[in-house]
Design a protein around this ligand. Structure first.
Ligand SMILES: [Zn+2]
Length: 292
Protein backbone atom coordinates (compact mmCIF):
# COMPACT_ATOMS: atom_id res chain seq x y z
CA UNK A 1 0.00 0.00 0.00
CA UNK A 2 1.88 3.06 -1.28
CA UNK A 3 -0.91 5.47 -1.86
CA UNK A 4 0.09 8.87 -3.23
CA UNK A 5 -1.79 11.79 -1.68
CA UNK A 6 -1.35 15.09 -3.47
CA UNK A 7 -4.33 16.98 -2.06
CA UNK A 8 -5.82 17.62 1.36
CA UNK A 9 -7.95 14.83 2.78
CA UNK A 10 -10.38 17.34 4.33
CA UNK A 11 -10.34 20.27 1.87
CA UNK A 12 -10.53 18.18 -1.31
CA UNK A 13 -9.00 18.14 -4.78
CA UNK A 14 -8.86 21.93 -5.10
CA UNK A 15 -6.33 22.09 -2.29
CA UNK A 16 -3.09 20.52 -3.41
CA UNK A 17 -0.45 19.96 -0.79
CA UNK A 18 2.51 22.32 -0.87
CA UNK A 19 6.06 21.21 -0.04
CA UNK A 20 6.85 21.33 3.68
CA UNK A 21 9.73 18.91 4.16
CA UNK A 22 11.03 15.55 3.04
CA UNK A 23 11.87 12.17 4.50
CA UNK A 24 13.92 9.26 3.21
CA UNK A 25 11.27 7.99 0.78
CA UNK A 26 8.44 10.48 1.10
CA UNK A 27 7.57 14.17 1.03
CA UNK A 28 5.74 16.06 3.76
CA UNK A 29 2.98 18.20 2.25
CA UNK A 30 0.89 20.96 3.78
CA UNK A 31 -2.65 22.08 2.94
CA UNK A 32 -2.78 25.75 1.99
CA UNK A 33 -6.31 25.93 3.36
CA UNK A 34 -6.38 24.11 6.73
CA UNK A 35 -2.60 23.63 7.31
CA UNK A 36 -2.90 19.85 7.73
CA UNK A 37 0.44 18.07 7.22
CA UNK A 38 0.73 14.60 5.70
CA UNK A 39 3.22 12.24 4.13
CA UNK A 40 3.11 11.58 0.40
CA UNK A 41 2.82 8.69 -0.23
CA UNK A 42 0.63 8.17 2.83
CA UNK A 43 2.04 4.78 3.71
CA UNK A 44 4.89 2.43 2.79
CA UNK A 45 5.29 -1.35 2.88
CA UNK A 46 6.14 -1.28 6.58
CA UNK A 47 2.82 0.34 7.47
CA UNK A 48 0.82 -2.90 7.24
CA UNK A 49 3.54 -4.76 9.11
CA UNK A 50 3.38 -2.21 11.91
CA UNK A 51 -0.41 -2.54 12.19
CA UNK A 52 -0.31 -6.33 12.30
CA UNK A 53 2.77 -6.72 14.44
CA UNK A 54 2.65 -8.26 17.89
CA UNK A 55 4.56 -5.38 19.42
CA UNK A 56 1.82 -5.26 22.06
CA UNK A 57 3.52 -8.16 23.69
CA UNK A 58 6.48 -5.99 24.51
CA UNK A 59 6.88 -4.93 28.10
CA UNK A 60 6.96 -1.25 27.25
CA UNK A 61 3.19 -1.11 26.67
CA UNK A 62 2.32 -3.06 29.77
CA UNK A 63 4.74 -1.06 31.91
CA UNK A 64 2.75 2.06 31.10
CA UNK A 65 -0.51 0.50 32.27
CA UNK A 66 -0.89 2.28 35.62
CA UNK A 67 -0.17 5.80 34.35
CA UNK A 68 -2.21 5.25 31.23
CA UNK A 69 -5.22 4.11 33.23
CA UNK A 70 -5.02 7.13 35.52
CA UNK A 71 -4.99 9.36 32.47
CA UNK A 72 -7.99 7.55 30.98
CA UNK A 73 -9.92 7.81 34.25
CA UNK A 74 -9.42 11.60 34.34
CA UNK A 75 -10.40 11.93 30.69
CA UNK A 76 -13.53 9.78 31.02
CA UNK A 77 -14.77 11.68 34.08
CA UNK A 78 -14.10 15.00 32.41
CA UNK A 79 -16.00 14.04 29.23
CA UNK A 80 -18.97 12.51 31.10
CA UNK A 81 -19.64 15.96 32.58
CA UNK A 82 -19.90 17.36 29.03
CA UNK A 83 -22.87 15.14 28.11
CA UNK A 84 -26.32 16.69 28.17
CA UNK A 85 -27.77 16.45 31.71
CA UNK A 86 -30.70 14.41 30.39
CA UNK A 87 -28.42 11.41 29.65
CA UNK A 88 -28.61 8.95 32.54
CA UNK A 89 -25.26 7.56 33.70
CA UNK A 90 -26.36 3.92 33.70
CA UNK A 91 -27.54 4.21 30.08
CA UNK A 92 -24.39 5.80 28.66
CA UNK A 93 -22.73 3.84 25.86
CA UNK A 94 -19.09 4.47 25.00
CA UNK A 95 -17.16 3.16 22.00
CA UNK A 96 -13.36 3.12 22.24
CA UNK A 97 -11.86 2.94 18.75
CA UNK A 98 -8.28 1.74 18.62
CA UNK A 99 -8.73 0.14 22.03
CA UNK A 100 -5.29 -1.50 22.04
CA UNK A 101 -4.67 -3.65 25.11
CA UNK A 102 -8.04 -2.69 26.61
CA UNK A 103 -6.85 -0.39 29.40
CA UNK A 104 -9.59 2.11 28.61
CA UNK A 105 -12.22 -0.67 28.77
CA UNK A 106 -10.83 -1.83 32.12
CA UNK A 107 -11.26 1.67 33.53
CA UNK A 108 -14.86 1.87 32.24
CA UNK A 109 -15.57 -1.49 33.90
CA UNK A 110 -14.20 -0.18 37.18
CA UNK A 111 -16.31 2.98 36.87
CA UNK A 112 -19.44 0.99 36.00
CA UNK A 113 -19.83 2.53 32.54
CA UNK A 114 -20.81 0.53 29.47
CA UNK A 115 -18.02 0.51 26.88
CA UNK A 116 -17.09 -1.56 23.83
CA UNK A 117 -13.85 -1.39 21.93
CA UNK A 118 -12.44 -2.20 18.53
CA UNK A 119 -8.97 -2.43 17.12
CA UNK A 120 -7.45 -3.63 13.86
CA UNK A 121 -4.57 -5.43 15.58
CA UNK A 122 -5.56 -9.05 16.18
CA UNK A 123 -3.05 -9.66 18.97
CA UNK A 124 -4.23 -6.56 20.82
CA UNK A 125 -7.87 -7.66 20.52
CA UNK A 126 -6.98 -11.10 21.89
CA UNK A 127 -5.16 -9.54 24.83
CA UNK A 128 -7.97 -7.07 25.58
CA UNK A 129 -10.50 -9.93 25.52
CA UNK A 130 -8.52 -12.34 27.71
CA UNK A 131 -10.84 -11.92 30.74
CA UNK A 132 -14.09 -10.86 29.07
CA UNK A 133 -15.08 -10.14 25.48
CA UNK A 134 -15.71 -6.46 24.83
CA UNK A 135 -13.49 -5.79 21.86
CA UNK A 136 -13.94 -6.70 18.21
CA UNK A 137 -11.48 -6.80 15.35
CA UNK A 138 -12.38 -3.82 13.17
CA UNK A 139 -12.86 -0.09 13.14
CA UNK A 140 -15.66 2.51 12.90
CA UNK A 141 -17.55 0.57 10.22
CA UNK A 142 -21.00 -0.72 9.22
CA UNK A 143 -21.02 -3.12 12.18
CA UNK A 144 -22.17 -0.21 14.34
CA UNK A 145 -25.72 1.09 13.94
CA UNK A 146 -26.59 4.72 13.31
CA UNK A 147 -27.18 6.87 16.42
CA UNK A 148 -26.06 4.11 18.76
CA UNK A 149 -23.37 5.58 21.04
CA UNK A 150 -23.20 8.58 23.38
CA UNK A 151 -19.44 8.99 23.26
CA UNK A 152 -16.69 7.80 20.92
CA UNK A 153 -13.13 7.93 22.18
CA UNK A 154 -10.37 7.74 19.55
CA UNK A 155 -7.20 8.56 21.41
CA UNK A 156 -3.90 8.81 19.55
CA UNK A 157 -5.47 7.18 16.53
CA UNK A 158 -6.52 9.69 13.88
CA UNK A 159 -2.91 10.53 12.92
CA UNK A 160 -2.39 6.87 11.89
CA UNK A 161 -5.45 6.48 9.65
CA UNK A 162 -4.91 6.86 5.87
CA UNK A 163 -8.38 8.39 5.38
CA UNK A 164 -9.41 10.25 8.52
CA UNK A 165 -12.26 12.08 6.77
CA UNK A 166 -14.15 8.83 6.23
CA UNK A 167 -13.41 7.91 9.81
CA UNK A 168 -14.94 11.16 11.10
CA UNK A 169 -18.01 10.64 8.87
CA UNK A 170 -18.51 7.17 10.35
CA UNK A 171 -18.15 8.52 13.90
CA UNK A 172 -20.78 11.18 13.14
CA UNK A 173 -23.13 8.45 11.89
CA UNK A 174 -22.60 6.16 14.89
CA UNK A 175 -23.02 8.92 17.49
CA UNK A 176 -26.43 9.81 18.91
CA UNK A 177 -27.68 13.39 18.51
CA UNK A 178 -25.71 15.46 21.02
CA UNK A 179 -23.09 12.68 21.17
CA UNK A 180 -19.43 13.41 21.74
CA UNK A 181 -16.36 12.56 19.67
CA UNK A 182 -13.20 12.68 21.75
CA UNK A 183 -9.85 12.84 19.99
CA UNK A 184 -6.28 13.09 21.15
CA UNK A 185 -3.50 13.66 18.64
CA UNK A 186 -0.14 15.41 18.17
CA UNK A 187 -0.56 19.02 17.10
CA UNK A 188 1.49 21.56 15.16
CA UNK A 189 0.93 24.33 17.72
CA UNK A 190 3.61 22.92 19.99
CA UNK A 191 7.06 24.03 21.04
CA UNK A 192 8.58 20.81 19.70
CA UNK A 193 7.07 21.48 16.34
CA UNK A 194 8.30 25.08 16.29
CA UNK A 195 11.83 23.94 17.19
CA UNK A 196 11.68 21.14 14.62
CA UNK A 197 10.55 23.61 11.98
CA UNK A 198 13.43 25.99 12.73
CA UNK A 199 15.99 23.17 12.67
CA UNK A 200 14.61 21.73 9.45
CA UNK A 201 14.49 25.08 7.73
CA UNK A 202 18.03 26.04 8.75
CA UNK A 203 19.47 22.76 7.51
CA UNK A 204 17.75 22.96 4.11
CA UNK A 205 15.09 20.36 5.07
CA UNK A 206 17.58 17.76 6.26
CA UNK A 207 16.22 17.59 9.83
CA UNK A 208 12.69 16.33 9.58
CA UNK A 209 11.72 15.82 13.23
CA UNK A 210 8.00 16.48 12.95
CA UNK A 211 7.09 12.92 13.86
CA UNK A 212 5.46 12.39 10.46
CA UNK A 213 6.38 9.35 8.38
CA UNK A 214 4.90 6.71 6.11
CA UNK A 215 4.64 3.95 8.72
CA UNK A 216 3.67 5.78 11.87
CA UNK A 217 1.97 9.15 12.13
CA UNK A 218 0.84 9.88 8.58
CA UNK A 219 -0.84 13.16 9.53
CA UNK A 220 -0.22 16.06 11.87
CA UNK A 221 -3.24 18.20 12.67
CA UNK A 222 -3.61 21.79 13.82
CA UNK A 223 -6.32 24.10 15.13
CA UNK A 224 -7.42 25.15 11.65
CA UNK A 225 -7.85 21.53 10.55
CA UNK A 226 -10.14 20.86 13.50
CA UNK A 227 -12.28 23.86 12.60
CA UNK A 228 -12.57 22.38 9.12
CA UNK A 229 -13.47 18.95 10.55
CA UNK A 230 -16.05 20.45 12.91
CA UNK A 231 -17.79 21.93 9.84
CA UNK A 232 -19.01 18.45 8.93
CA UNK A 233 -21.60 18.17 11.68
CA UNK A 234 -19.81 18.98 14.91
CA UNK A 235 -19.07 21.85 17.22
CA UNK A 236 -15.87 21.96 19.25
CA UNK A 237 -16.79 22.16 22.94
CA UNK A 238 -13.44 21.50 24.63
CA UNK A 239 -9.78 21.90 23.70
CA UNK A 240 -6.84 21.23 25.94
CA UNK A 241 -3.12 20.85 25.36
CA UNK A 242 -1.45 17.84 26.88
CA UNK A 243 2.15 16.74 26.92
CA UNK A 244 3.53 13.27 26.38
CA UNK A 245 5.56 12.07 29.34
CA UNK A 246 9.21 13.08 28.80
CA UNK A 247 10.34 9.45 29.08
CA UNK A 248 8.04 8.49 26.22
CA UNK A 249 9.29 11.30 23.97
CA UNK A 250 12.92 10.42 24.68
CA UNK A 251 12.15 6.80 23.76
CA UNK A 252 10.79 7.87 20.40
CA UNK A 253 14.12 9.34 19.33
CA UNK A 254 15.56 5.87 18.80
CA UNK A 255 14.43 5.68 15.17
CA UNK A 256 16.29 8.88 14.30
CA UNK A 257 19.78 9.20 12.92
CA UNK A 258 22.60 9.24 15.48
CA UNK A 259 23.34 12.92 14.90
CA UNK A 260 19.72 13.99 15.29
CA UNK A 261 19.43 11.88 18.40
CA UNK A 262 22.36 13.55 20.14
CA UNK A 263 20.98 17.02 19.45
CA UNK A 264 17.51 16.04 20.59
CA UNK A 265 18.56 14.34 23.81
CA UNK A 266 20.24 17.59 24.85
CA UNK A 267 17.37 19.86 23.85
CA UNK A 268 14.34 17.76 24.81
CA UNK A 269 14.22 18.07 28.62
CA UNK A 270 14.51 21.88 28.51
CA UNK A 271 11.98 22.12 25.68
CA UNK A 272 9.58 19.78 27.47
CA UNK A 273 9.52 21.99 30.58
CA UNK A 274 9.26 25.22 28.58
CA UNK A 275 6.36 23.79 26.55
CA UNK A 276 4.53 23.06 29.78
CA UNK A 277 4.96 26.58 31.04
CA UNK A 278 3.95 28.18 27.72
CA UNK A 279 0.97 25.87 27.07
CA UNK A 280 2.69 24.67 23.91
CA UNK A 281 2.63 20.98 24.69
CA UNK A 282 2.71 18.50 21.87
CA UNK A 283 -0.79 17.01 21.83
CA UNK A 284 -4.36 18.21 21.88
CA UNK A 285 -7.31 16.67 23.67
CA UNK A 286 -10.42 17.80 21.85
CA UNK A 287 -14.11 17.10 22.34
CA UNK A 288 -16.60 17.68 19.52
CA UNK A 289 -20.35 17.51 19.92
CA UNK A 290 -22.64 16.50 17.08
CA UNK A 291 -24.94 19.22 15.77
CA UNK A 292 -28.10 18.73 13.73
ZN1 LIG B 1 -6.97 21.12 4.20
Amino acid sequence: MNEGQKYCEFCGQDHKGIFYSRGSNYTVLKCSECSLLWSDPLTDDDYEKQINSDYFGEDIYLSKEKNQKERFRDQINKVLKMLEPSVEKDKIKILDIGSGLGFFLDVCDEEGIYCEGCDINEKAVQYANRNRVKTRLGTADAYYEDNSFDIIFALNLIEHIPHPKEFITQCRRILKPGGLLVLETPIQESLFHIIARAGDYLTGFKMNNYGINTNGHIYKFCGKTFEKIAGSGFEIIHKQKIGSPLKEIMGKTTYMSFKNRIVLKAVLPVAWLTARVLNLENRIFIVMKTVK
